[in-house]
Design a binder for this molecule. Structure first.
Ligand SMILES: NC(=O)c1ccc[n+]([C@@H]2O[C@H](COP(=O)([O-])OP(=O)(O)OC[C@H]3O[C@@H](n4cnc5c(N)ncnc54)[C@H](O)[C@@H]3O)[C@@H](O)[C@H]2O)c1
Length: 413
């Protein structure tokens, strides 16, 4: 790629965060090297087929055709870049604690090739101190001797896949840099691709703000999920209550109940917060409690659905509608549909699922809507999901999405 280093950006991780960032940067005039250690994904991307819903094949192909974007597995290419952003997953380990292995290995991958005067930014979500205590020491340990002037910042990604309104360009970006020069470089970079960059005093403030944002969602969803169980026991429609409360013009924000929380962020990031709290000698009881309420929701939903089954003998046949964790995406990471299906099966049900955006999930395939069932659970209402095949034959549906209204045979969660 014959471009000036000053306009070359390297992005580590070409997923839901990295690829849209790459396209936003291409639009802003950057030449982007997209690095990923998953060879098959790199080949797919270079063939012009986008692995994420928010980026169309056409957009990707145009960026490749004008020589402004290329994916690679070769970490040494970061030596051409003025800015390197790290966008790799930060999941939980088997103890449900932060697992920074991918972040560490990505950092080790770039460090030997970081050239002088490069800005290194972490966009991955993690606990406060990750940039300062994990990333910077690795880079400083492994960087070439001649690479003296390096700049570091944390700029947690806020992208909301499938959102038609908010994207990388128009969502203000938080930036916490390690020193004054890093702040100037990071602001310069993000102001070139985003409408607004918000500078905070330290990387730890930016990292903590990201955990607060997603924990705010988790606890509010847990509150409404718990409240839903209370309303359900008392035969009150929770959505009508939420709509009623929403007529208050201040001090209330509506959240809707559902099968639980899913995806790579909301079920995961708050556990980075609870872990961080424990390391600090503080118990984040409120957040832990919210996490357990959300984890119980699939069981509540399953039991509710089974009460709608009329036949009292034999194995109830249950169809789950929508297994992606939210509408508009094919992402099944941490989807609460897993627990829903497991619990239904543990109760002796025969379970199938249908999702127009997901063809394979946990070793099984999506069935057609004419699958014979006693009850269907609408877990995620995918765009274009036409449920007439079920409503026309009066299948009972438990609607966990508040999208079917008062149709005959439909019960709201
Ligand atoms: N998905 C979201 O909605 C979202 C929103 C905001 C923030 N985040 C955060 O952004 C980060 C990335 O999430 P994502 O959803 O884009 O993940 P993703 O799984 O969609 O993509 C990550 C990519 O990184 C690659 N990868 C993993 N380890 C690597 C390594 N060592 N070197 C090079 N490539 C590597 C994977 O192959 C994958 O293609 C996470 O910290 C996440 O919490 C995600």
């Amino acid at each position: 790629m014959p471009a000036q280093k000053s306009q070359v950006l390297a992005i580590i991780g070409q997923g839901y965060v990295g690829l849209p960032l790459a396209m936003a940067a291409v639009d802003a005039g950057w030449t982007v090297i997209g690095i990923d250690n998953f060879e098959a994904k790199v080949s797919q991307i270079n063939s012009g087929s986008s692995p994420v819903e928010d980026i169309s094949d056409q957009q990707l192909q145009a960026a490749i055709a004008k020589g402004a974007y290329k994916a690679t597995t070769d970490f040494s290419t970061v030596s051409q870049a003025a800015v390197i952003t790290i966008c790799v997953p930060t999941p939980l380990d088997e103890k449900r604690e932060p697992d920074l292995e991918l972040l560490r290995s990505a950092t080790k991958g770039i460090a030997p090739f970081v050239s002088n005067e490069t800005l290194v930014v972490s966009e991955s979500t993690s606990y406060p101190g990750t940039l300062r205590d994990v990333i910077i020491p690795i880079v400083n340990d492994l960087k070439p001797k001649e690479s003296q002037n390096l700049y570091f910042a944390s700029a947690p990604e806020r992208v909301n896949p499938g959102d038609p309104v908010w994207n990388q360009k128009n969502t203000p970006r938080l930036i916490g840099a390690i020193d004054a020069d890093s702040k100037i470089k990071a602001l310069e970079f993000y102001e070139s691709i985003c409408d607004a960059a918000v500078s905070v005093s330290t990387p730890e403030v930016a990292e903590a703000a990201k955990l607060l944002e997603n924990t705010f969602r988790l606890v509010n969803i847990a509150l409404i999920n718990e409240f839903t169980q209370l309303c359900s026991t008392n035969n009150i429609n929770v959505h009508e209550v939420i709509d009623a409360a929403s007529s208050k013009p201040y001090g209330f924000m509506p959240f809707r109940p559902g099968v639980g929380v899913g995806g790579h962020c909301i079920p995961v990031d708050p556990l980075y917060l609870t872990w961080w709290a424990r390391q600090s000698g503080v118990q984040a009881n409120f957040v832990e409690s919210a996490d357990s309420i959300n984890q119980m929701m699939p069981k509540f939903v399953a039991e509710r659905a089974l009460t709608l089954v009329e036949k009292k003998t034999g194995s109830p046949r249950v169809l789950i509608l929508g297994v992606a964790y939210k509408p508009g995406v094919a992402d099944v990471r941490e989807t609460p549909a897993t627990e829903l299906r497991n619990y239904l099966k543990s109760k002796g049900a025969t379970v199938a699922w249908h999702d127009p955006l997901v063809s394979k999930w946990e070793g099984s395939t999506s069935v057609d809507l004419d699958w014979d069932c006693d009850v269907a659970i609408l877990a995620t209402k995918q765009p274009g999901m036409d449920l007439r095949a079920l409503t026309d034959r009066a299948v009972k549906i438990l609607d966990c999405t508040n999208s079917l209204g008062n149709l005959e045979g439909v019960t709201a969660l």
